[in-house]
Design a protein around this ligand. Structure first.
Ligand SMILES: NC(=O)c1ccc[n+]([C@@H]2O[C@H](COP(=O)([O-])OP(=O)(O)OC[C@H]3O[C@@H](n4cnc5c(N)ncnc54)[C@H](OP(=O)(O)O)[C@@H]3O)[C@@H](O)[C@H]2O)c1
Length: 296
């Protein structure tokens, strides 16, 4: 398939590009700048800015057989709705896939529940406050003949990047590992290459109107991640919780809240229904002995 990909230059988008190409698809990267060097594996590139939905009209040409929207939200629900309209409307009546990237933060704190599934009602934290409405806007395209689906990644790790790299960086700067929220806080996690394979599976065979959790491990204790991050940073010590106020000063209140979010989320549905097989090392192992040590 010829796949239009927004966010192709990003952390997840780079891996998605590689795995789509390896599976025989062609990636047309939609980028803000046409001046940067083309990414590896790109078949073509077109210009567009998701902060300016009018710039996306015409991006989905008749030869585009699928759209994966990975670029982050703008912060304005009306703008993001207009982006969905610009990218999905040309697919109406074609049965072609449109994959929207959301995230597990739309579920909020999962409390006592273990490994919550895709049918759990959303309860978004402030940083993703309006994102469930965008999910619903995407899924409504199923009634218009678009194979519309939503992928909600957990905390993405691997290739030395993502939020775990922030833990390593902070441990290095502070001279001690830290984490946020409460002692028992847990994150659902996914390796970036496993997640990229889920995007390929979603484009190839997810049914219209479906939501998928991109989660390899349902609830990883963040304390364990922080301890491993401290080892990578050369400061092996017992991780300490950074008080909420201090975390808000470092990260801003919205991101600090997100880092403190305790969740247990299941990625079982994608394994069963899409045949997704997350096979990379777990997040703690990846920190302890994988890509985060590459710079040593
Ligand atoms: N990383 C995670 O742990 C995680 C977890 C759950 C969900 N997600 C979601 O996954 C998506 C991708 O995340 P990521 O971690 O890969 O982000 P990232 O590394 O920051 O990459 C963002 C990508 O979006 C592009 N982009 C940003 N603003 C744009 C605009 N106005 N117009 C067009 N393109 C724009 C960037 O292009 P430039 O090269 O021009 O900057 C870049 O390619 C986001 O929607 C994020 O919310 C991420």
């Amino acid at each position: 398939m010829k796949v239009l990909l927004t966010g192709a230059t990003g952390y997840i988008g780079t891996a998605v590009t590689e795995h789509l190409t390896a599976a025989g698809h062609q990636v047309v990267a939609l980028t803000r700048s046409t001046e940067s060097r083309p990414g590896r594996g790109w078949h073509a590139r077109i210009a567009g800015d998701t902060a300016d939905p009018a710039s996306l009209v015409g991006a989905v040409t008749p030869d585009i057989e699928a759209v994966i929207h990975l670029a982050p939200p703008s912060g304005d629900a009306d703008v993001d709705t207009a982006v969905i309209e610009a990218l999905a409307t040309p697919l109406r009546g074609t049965g072609r896939p449109f994959v929207y990237t959301s995230g597990v933060w739309v579920l909020g704190a999962t409390g006592e529940a273990q490994e919550v599934g895709e049918d759990t009602p959303t309860n978004p934290i402030d940083i993703v406050g309006y994102r469930p409405r965008i999910e619903q806007r995407v899924l409504a395209e199923a009634a218009e003949g678009v194979r519309a689906t939503v992928v909600r990644p957990g905390i993405v790790y691997g290739r030395g990047g993502g939020i775990p790299a922030i833990l390593v960086d902070r441990a290095r700067k502070q001279g001690a590992p830290e984490y946020y929220g409460e002692e028992g806080v847990r994150w659902p996690t996914v390796h970036v290459d496993d997640l990229a394979e889920l995007f390929v599976a979603a484009v190839e065979r997810a049914e219209a109107g479906t939501v998928w959790h991109g989660v390899g491990e349902s609830a990883v204790p963040v304390r364990d991640l922080a301890r491993a991050a401290g080892q990578v940073a050369g400061v092996p010590a017992d991780p300490q919780v950074l008080a909420a106020g201090e975390a808000a000063e470092v990260f801003g209140p919205l991101f600090a809240d997100a880092l403190a979010l305790d969740q247990s989320v299941s990625g079982a549905a994608a394994r069963t229904a899409l045949g997704w097989r997350p096979v990379r090392p777990g997040a703690v192992a990846e920190l302890e002995s994988g890509s985060y040590r590459a710079g040593e």
